[in-house]
Design a protein around this ligand. Structure first.
Ligand code: UDP
Length: 481
């Protein structure tokens, strides 16, 4: 008799940058004959078109369910994104528990996967006697940073941005200035600091940590993470499984702007793609400066523009896309750049744009998915970090991998149009830009190798799949075997 396939619950915390890699991981696990249910917490806003489109065309062995919406109206608007995510997760636990119970009664449920901020759900693994995994959806260096924080907290009393010297999160790694540490550790008085400090403690009992990166991209960080295992008891196995990025065809469905058709008519490697991810916003002053910089550069561009906001992550929860962003552009900008640039409101099919031959550079807010997508398609970068761990990501790409120019704000915190113009020009046409592109293409090749049948990431994922397959169910076993 054939055994029922094992079943895994995957729980992404709110945000497209979380849902995308976790949905893709579900697809990848399905290839190992593992069934998956995505259980998606949400905070009362109806699913967006981009969410729904992502959840279309999943293989039959991957299903999804939105958990009952939770009330977050008591949270004040200044609350850190990470805290709101954590509270949404905490408040979703009762429904998550019920959903797991249903799954454990109807399938051979053997494990749960949460993303890096979903640690509150890990306790359910013990209740159901199943395996637990963290999908760490940012860099391996980010994980080293998390592991370093308790020690750094003991060593220093001042804010990290005031440290006179940069630090290394593991021996041999790139030096990082305190000002480039992730947002949650930038204010030691805040609750979110304590949460970040305790993050790796929360991970200590998990079956494994899957990192969305690949060994040859971050060999120093991965060696450290993998070798520490065995030396320290509370260090679970770490698997490099990336780049787990979206490859699906749903992009075209969302291309109301016809950006792909527009790209078809541009010369090879000539277009600078400009986007600040799913949640990033610029102030109005900064948005105007960016527009003038693009115009000044004389380069072709494809810009996904969002309405301005003084909070750099204002549209993270999708609340800021109500008015027409084009109204905020400088007067006459669209006419003056007609033929040279395309401006797309709010959302564009990013992976398809990056994979298009006409795209020659990417001005990015340095979300980790965006970086992986750019690496996977060999597109060099201008790094313009805004929030979360994006400044740390920009250090990795600009100073360690050297595949990006990093913008520098003036004393008022503004990136000026002349700098934007210069970087855009240099990336698309200049000699330095050509060097970055060559390095990026080498990384693209390395990413492809990692994902080959015998590549490091595919092998790591196969090991995880094996552990999942081997899980012995002690409760309810007789129901499903
Ligand atoms: N994305 C997209 N179109 C957009 C903006 C974003 O397809 O207009 C996708 C992008 O390809 C990436 C994800 O949304 O997969 C954003 O994740 P990232 O980690 O780069 O940034 P975040 O939005 O989480 O800050």
């Amino acid at each position: 008799m054939q055994e029922t396939p094992p079943h895994i619950a995957i729980v992404p915390t709110p945000g497209m940058g979380h849902l995308i890699p976790l949905t893709e991981l579900a697809r990848w696990l399905a290839e190992f004959n593992i069934n998956v249910t995505l259980l998606i917490p949400n905070d009362d806003s109806p699913p967006s078109n981009s969410q729904l489109s992502l959840l279309q065309n999943l293989p039959p062995s991957v299903s999804h369910r939105f958990l009952s919406p939770v009330d977050v109206t008591d949270l004040h608007s200044g609350i850190p994104v990470e805290t709101r995510i954590e509270l949404t997760m905490t408040r979703s636990i009762p429904d998550l528990r019920d959903s797991l119970r249903v799954l454990s009664e109807s399938t051979r449920l053997v494990g749960i996967v949460v993303d890096l901020l979903g640690y509150k759900a890990l306790s359910l693994a013990q209740e159901f006697d199943i395996q637990s995994y963290v999908f760490f959806i940012t860099s391996a260096l980010g994980l080293c940073c998390a592991y370093s924080m308790p020690k750094l907290d003991k060593m220093h009393t001042r804010e990290y941005r005031d440290l006179p010297e940069p630090v290394q999160f593991c021996p041999g790694s790139v030096h990082v200035h305190g000002a480039d540490f992730p947002d949650p550790v930038q204010d030691r008085e805040r609750e979110v600091y304590k949460f970040f400090l305790g993050l790796t403690e929360c991970y200590s009992k998990v079956t494994g940590i899957l990192v969305n990166s690949f060994f040859d991209l971050e060999p120093v960080a991965f060696k450290y993470l993998m070798e520490n295992r065995g030396k320290e008891d509370n260090f679970p196995p770490v698997y490099s499984v990336g780049p787990v990025i979206r490859a699906g065809p749903e992009g075209e469905l969302l291309d109301g702007s016809n950006s792909l058709k527009w790209l078809d008519n541009q010369p090879n490697d000539s277009v600078l793609f400009v986007s600040f991810g799913s949640g990033g916003n610029l102030s109005h002053e900064q948005l105007i400066e960016l527009a003038l910089g693009l115009e000044l550069s004389g380069q072709r561009f494809l810009w996904v523009v969002k309405s301005p906001h003084d909070k750099s992550n204002a549209s993270y929860f999708g609340v800021n896309n109500v008015d027409n962003p084009l109204e905020y552009l400088p007067q006459g900008f669209l006419d003056r750049t007609k033929g040279l640039g395309l401006v797309v409101p709010n959302w564009a099919p990013q992976v398809q744009i990056l994979s298009h031959g006409s795209t020659g550079g990417f001005l990015t807010h340095c979300g980790w998915n965006s970086i992986l997508e750019s690496i996977s398609h060999g597109v060099p970068l201008i790094a313009w970090p805004l929030y979360a761990e994006q400044r740390l990501n920009s250090v990795i790409i600009a100073e360690d991998l050297k595949v990006a120019f990093r913008v520098k704000p003036n004393e008022k915190g503004l990136i000026q149009s002349d700098q934007i113009g210069q970087y855009a020009q240099c990336l698309i046409q200049g000699e330095e830009g050509r060097v970055l592109q060559e390095k990026m293409r080498t990384l693209m090749d390395a990413a492809n190798v990692a994902l080959n049948k015998d590549g490091s990431s595919k092998e790591s994922l196969a090991k995880v799949a094996q552990v999942i397959m081997n899980h012995k169910i002690t409760k309810n076993e007789s129901n499903h075997l």
